[in-house]
Write a new protein. Sequence first.
Length: 254
Amino acid sequence: MALDIHSAPSRVPARLDGRPVSKRIALVALATDHTSERDFARICDPDQIGVYVNRIEFENPTTKETLLKTGPRLTEAAAQILPGEEVDVVAYGCTAASIVLGNDAVGRYLNAAKPDTPCVTPSSAAFDAFAALGAKRVSLLTPYSPEVTDEMAQYFAAHGPEVASAACFGLTDDREMARISEDSIIEAAVAACDSQADALFLSCTALRAATCVQRIEDRLGKPVVSSNQAMIWRCLRLAGITDPVQGYGRLFEI
């Protein structure tokens, strides 16, 4: 039986805040990504910053050809994150794609949707991290195939620090990359780091490396940078958040 009740306007008017949260990050992730959002949630204080995510189509295997296909998808994906509203930072969460596309190209795709907004990729953030840590010579560990890893080493050598050594797990499916155990990451990282390297870089946003960084640093006695750790650190700093975060390596002490 329907009740004869009708709503009435509230006698208390709605008062609007400027934003539900003071800082906003727009993150474009791969459709197959299992890891990036979880790392942002671990590290970012939700009372300070909102992380708003959209995903783009991605087809495994992870090759130069499939990574290049992601570029034209970035603008529409970024445009659908808080449409017509400004964000503090816009990020693309794929390290390998940022390498094969080039960070300048990624920035153009993202800024077509979010003009005049700082853009971050894991590789651009890694370069900023190495500079902040004073690392001029690095070792690389990736989950990728040798071909994609070689592409990354060449890009680093051309745009960032000197590459002392590079090692890879040889996988081609990013869903499997997300399943690499933390013990495997830690042991492979220690084995991959050249004694003459100033720091170690753990590539791939799928890799569950951010939670391993502190333990690897304790073993190596030198800075360790991972894709998600660096991307989140750079996004926070660009958004004006400089609070240290414990448990994610020396980078978050800067």
